[in-house]
Write a protein that binds this ligand. Structure first.
Ligand code: ATP
Ligand code: MG
Length: 202
């Protein structure tokens, strides 16, 4: 194909795409907070959530973050938020995870204590964005009541956005979310024997 023809085809395809996007923009008339679930087996769920935290902070919005798993290992996002963003309300479950503790009762109690910190944020219109990192596991293990959690997400303040991360996340959770993205695991460095990397993986 000649360059000229390639250019013409590209232009036509771009015009078509633009028309589609413009129509979607035209059709979107509702302004409110959104509920986003980032799930799947690939890497990038929590880092996506923290990307949204950065966006929200850029606009001076009020952000809350609750992490439902990573109790004992420190992460770059935690260090940064604690040191540089005192305006962000940050909580962690603060206990190791089940294959460390092997104590279901204790895990369940920790999950409920942590949910008791998350819930008031989801009821407080002052928060623009609330991140519930790794929440899906709490539902999958039955540590938290799915009806209660989905109900609170559904009934949250109209302007508030919420981001949930974690593998799985059942139909009831998906039903209450506006946007659901699945990160697919195509390849992961870990399986080639590369260690988790500071600044990339934690
Ligand atoms: P990240 O925090 O990097 O965005 P994630 O939230 O999508 O990852 P988690 O299941 O929470 O993934 O796991 C967190 C850690 O596990 C990270 O160090 C990440 O690199 C690693 N990880 C994520 N997906 C995989 C995978 N498919 N195989 C091996 N390790 C993974
Ligand atoms: Mg994660």
């Amino acid at each position: 194909m000649s360059e000229e023809r390639k250019n013409a085809r590209h232009k036509a395809s771009m015009e078509k795409q633009k028309a589609k996007v413009d129509a979607n923009i035209e059709a979107a008339s509702e302004e409110r907070g959104v509920a986003v679930l980032v799930t799947g087996n690939g890497k990038g769920k929590s880092s996506s959530a923290f990307g949204m935290v950065m966006r929200a902070l850029g606009y001076g919005q009020k952000v809350g973050v609750v992490q439902f798993i990573k109790g004992q290992q420190l992460s770059g996002e935690e260090i940064y938020l604690r040191e540089h963003c005192p305006q962000v309300e940050f909580h962690q479950m603060g206990t190791g995870f089940t294959w460390d503790t092997q104590d279901r009762e204790a895990d369940m109690a920790a999950a409920r204590r942590t949910w008791a910190l998350a819930r008031p944020m989801l009821e407080n219109p002052a928060f623009d964005l609330v991140v519930l990192d790794e929440l899906t596991y709490m539902l999958a293990y039955g540590y938290l009541d799915e009806d209660e959690v989905t109900g609170v997400i559904r009934e949250r303040p109209r302007e508030q956005s919420v981001v949930v991360t974690g593998r799985g996340g059942g139909a009831a959770l998906q039903a209450v979310m506006d946007t659901v993205s699945e990160v697919k695991d195509v390849k992961h460095a870990f399986r080639a024997g590369v260690m988790a990397r500071r600044g990339v993986d934690f």
